[in-house]
Design a protein around this ligand. Structure first.
Ligand code: GLN
Length: 446
C-alpha cells in the first residue's frame, strides 16, 4: 500500500509506470502474508516488484510501450513473471520503456518519456528506463529489465542503481516480447548487488519453453556474495578509456579500481582490439533480427489494426505505418535492407564475422584475467531531447555495453560516484555463467 500510494503521489513527475495493478497487488500481498504465516513463503515472499512492460503478464496489458500493443492483454505469463510470483513477489505494475526496447533514453515510448529522478530534466537511460526511474524514485524496491545492448546496465548507471545482464541462456526468454533474439536477456535491477543476487536467484534457471535456455544448475548467488576477492585478476581494456569518455567518469572508475586493489584484487591492463566495431556490428544484427521478429505485428493476429482496410496489403501497410513509432520503423528498414539479397553478404554476413572476432577478444582476455572492468557509459544522464534527432550519437551511448551482448557474456553495473549530481556506473564483465563472481565483486565494493 505504501508503494501504491507513493506511485499515485509521485509518478506523475517521472512517468515510470505504464500500468499500475493496485487491486491485484494488494491481493498478492495478502496471499504472501498468509503464506509467510503458514511458513511456506518463498525466497522473495511479499517483496513488491515492477515488471518492464516487455514481459507478458496474464490478464494485464503488455504494451512494449507501443501503440501496436496498446490494446494487448497477454493470455499467459512470461517465465520470469511466473518464477518471480512463485518466489512470492507482489507485482505493483508494468514499467515504461523505449518502444520495443529500442532506445537508450526512454524517449521512444508511446506513453511518453520518463524523467530521471536525480534530475528530472535528464533521461533515465533506456530501454529499461521506467524500471530504473521507479526504483530510484522509491516507487518500487526492485524491478525486472531486459538487456539487448545495454538496456539494464545503462539505465542502472544513469539512475544510480545496480543491475545485472546475465549470461545469454541463464534466464528464460519465454513470454518476453522479442527484439533481437540472439542478444535479448532478462535480468534484475535494484539498489544493491545483494538484492540483485536474490532476484536473479528467483528468476534464473532452465526452461523447456525457451530453446536457448541452458540446462545448468543455478548457483547460490546469495551464499557466494562474500567470497574472498584476494587474487582476483581484473582486466582494464585500454579501448574503454578513449576520447569520448567523460573525464569525471574515468576518474570515478579509477577510484573504484583502487578500492578493488584494497580488497586484494590485481588490476591488469588488457586490450579488446575489436571494441570499435561493436556498435556498427550490433546495428546490423539487432535490426536484422528485429525486422524478422516484428513481422508478426500485421494487424491480423493481435494488437493494433488500422480502420477500414481496402484489402490485405492496405491492412498490413497502414497497420504498421500507424502502429509503429519512428525508431522502430528505422530499425525495420535497416534490418530489412541488411537482410535483402544482394546486401546480405556485405552487411549481415560481415556483421556475424565481426561478432565472432569480438567474442574471440573476450576469450583471449579471459585467459589472462577473471573479470573485466570499465565505465558503463561514456557520459552521465544527458538532457531530455538532447539526442533524439541524432540517432548516431544515441547509438554511441551503448559503446561499452553492446559488445557484451554480442559475446553473450554476463555483466553488472554498479554505482561508483557522482558528477554534477548525476550517478556514475562501473561495469564488470564476467566469464560465461559466472554471474556469482560479478555479484560478489559488486557486493563487496558496496
Ligand atoms: N540502446 C540499444 C538499442 O537501442 C540497446 C537497447 C536494449 O538493450 N534493449 O538497441
Amino acid at each position: 500500500q505504501q508503494y501504491l500510494d507513493a506511485i499515485v503521489a509521485h509518478d506523475p513527475r517521472y512517468n515510470s509506470y505504464i500500468t499500475v495493478t493496485a487491486d491485484a497487488a494488494l491481493a498478492q500481498a495478502r496471499a504472501a502474508d498468509q503464506a509467510r504465516q503458514n511458513g511456506n513463503g518463498g525466497l522473495l515472499c511479499g517483496v513488491p516488484i515492477a515488471h518492464k512492460d516487455i514481459f507478458c503478464t496474464e490478464g494485464v496489458r503488455t504494451s512494449c510501450a507501443s501503440k501496436m500493443l496498446d490494446n494487448f492483454i497477454a493470455p499467459y505469463n512470461a517465465t520470469v513473471v511466473s518464477k518471480m510470483a512463485q518466489a512470492g513477489t507482489v507485482t505493483l505494475g508494468k514499467t515504461n520503456m523505449d518502444e520495443f526496447a529500442m532506445g537508450s533514453s526512454n524517449e521512444t515510448s508511446f506513453y511518453g518519456k520518463v524523467h530521471n529522478p536525480w534530475n528530472t530534466d535528464c533521461v533515465p537511460g533506456g530501454s529499461s528506463g521506467g524500471s530504473a526511474a521507479a526504483i530510484a524514485a522509491g516507487l518500487a524496491p526492485a524491478a525486472t529489465g531486459t538487456d539487448t545492448g545495454g538496456s539494464i546496465r545503462q539505465p542502472a548507471a544513469l539512475c544510480g542503481l545496480t543491475g545485472i545482464k546475465p549470461t545469454y541462456g541463464r534466464v528464460s526468454r519465454y513470454g518476453m516480447i522479442a527484439f533481437a533474439s540472439s542478444l535479448d536477456q532478462a535480468g534484475p535491477m535494484a539498489k544493491t548487488a545483494e538484492d540483485n543476487a536474490l532476484l536473479l536467484q528467483a528468476m534464473a534457471g532452465f526452461d523447456p519453453l525457451d530453446s536457448t535456455s541452458m540446462q545448468l544448475a543455478v548457483p547460490d548467488f546469495v551464499g557466494n556474495l562474500n567470497k574472498d576477492l584476494k587474487g582476483l585478476k581484473i582486466g582494464v581494456p585500454k579501448e574503454y578509456f578513449s576520447e569520448g569518455l567523460d573525464p569525471a567518469i574515468g576518474a570515478a572508475v579509477e577510484a573504484a579500481l583502487d578500492e578493488y586493489r584494497k580488497l586484494g584484487a590485481e588490476i591488469k591492463a588488457i586490450s579488446l582490439p575489436h571494441t570499435h566495431l561493436a556498435v556498427p556490428c550490433y546495428y546490423i544484427i539487432a535490426p536484422a533480427e528485429a525486422s524478422a521478429n516484428l513481422s508478426r505485428f500485421d494487424g491480423v493476429r493481435y494488437g493494433y489494426r488500422c480502420e477500414n482496410p481496402k484489402d490485405l496489403d492496405d491492412l498490413y501497410t497502414r497497420t504498421r505505418a500507424e502502429g509503429f513509432g519512428a525508431e522502430v520503423k528505422r530499425r525495420i528498414l535497416i534490418g530489412t535492407y541488411a537482410l535483402s539479397s544482394g546486401f546480405y553478404d556485405a552487411y549481415y554476413r560481415k556483421a556475424q564475422q565481426i561478432r565472432r572476432l569480438i567474442k574471440q577478444d573476450f576469450d583471449a582476455a579471459f585467459k589472462e584475467v577473471d573479470m573485466i572492468a570499465g565505465p558503463t557509459t561514456p557520459n552521465p544522464a544527458f538532457a531530455l531531447g538532447e539526442k533524439v534527432s541524432d540517432p548516431l550519437t544515441m547509438y554511441l551511448e551503448d559503446i561499452y555495453t553492446i559488445a557484451v551482448n554480442l559475446a553473450g557474456l554476463p555483466a553488472i553495473s554498479l554505482p561508483v560516484g557522482f558528477t554534477q549530481g548525476k550517478p556514475i556506473g562501473l561495469q564488470l564483465i564476467g566469464r560465461d555463467f559466472d554471474e556469482a563472481s560479478l555479484l560478489a565483486a559488486a557486493h563487496q565494493y558496496q
